[in-house]
Design a protein around this ligand. Sequence first.
Ligand code: ADP
Ligand code: MG
Length: 291
Amino acid sequence: AAPLAIVRGTGHAADRGIVMRTGEAFQTFRLVRRIVLDKTGTLTQGRPTVRAVASTHGDTAAVLALAAAAEHHSEHPLARAVMAAAEEAGVTVAQAHDFESMTGSGVRATVDGHHVLVGRPGLLTDTGVDLAELSDWITEQEAAGHTVIAVAADQVLQGAIALGDQVRPDAAEAVAAMRRAGMEPVLVTGDNQRAARHVAGQLGIEQVHAGVRPDGKAEIVRELQAGGTRVAMVGDGINDAPALMQADVGLAAGGGTDIAVESADIVLLREDVTAVLDAREISARAYRRTR
Ligand code: ADP
Ligand code: MG
């Protein structure tokens, strides 16, 4: 490969808000046949808002306050949405201690002497919290395409919070263009199956992997690579970093976290899904020039 063509391509890419961090991925992109897409923050805006709150004791403001206290140190978009909703509701948020983040699952912290756990319903059931009281509510909310996080204090369910996120306006068009370019889209998310299907349905994506833990995302990329298939991965979160590294071409989506950026071959500075196709086109064009 002629370095000059790559340098030229790189300059052209920068104009379009695309940063090529490695030359290799630049050349591999045109060979990609499968493209793994993270849902939250990549296909969706990544700015979820609280849509509904349920309580096991009739006090939804208290559920919000407890969750906001535990989430205070989390940078997760869901955490920020919970804190914003608590602020909007004007509830008093206590100071939390012993904060611990469980990537792809939730958070735990000590609030007013109580052990508080906030996260995906499966995280709470795994630690022995009984969700029965709100299981119908959770199912309903998830079927509406929402992400539900449950809140427990001292291993007793206190409530649940449903959050909604908007699909990016150009996502459906970008997914269709990926297909036309010979890349089969695969949706991968840590979110629940119902919410994942809801988004996949809107975008016309058939392959869906939901409830996936961070190392699970990398594992899925590895499986798709079987037989030498070139696989790209697009993601924005800490939880996407292992998969971005495993992929033949890793793309950090617009507004991605530092860890995602450092794990990626290509960094998209624009917050639209179409940037993925621009990156591919630029790499294909540069390749043609180097031949
Ligand atoms: P995605 O793959 O959709 O970007 P994540 O892997 O970040 O999602 O998270 C997977 C699930 O874990 C979320 O849908 C949520 O239920 C839960 N979760 C992750 N982080 C948090 C948090 N800070 N607070 C509450 N729940 C969380
Ligand atoms: Mg994400």
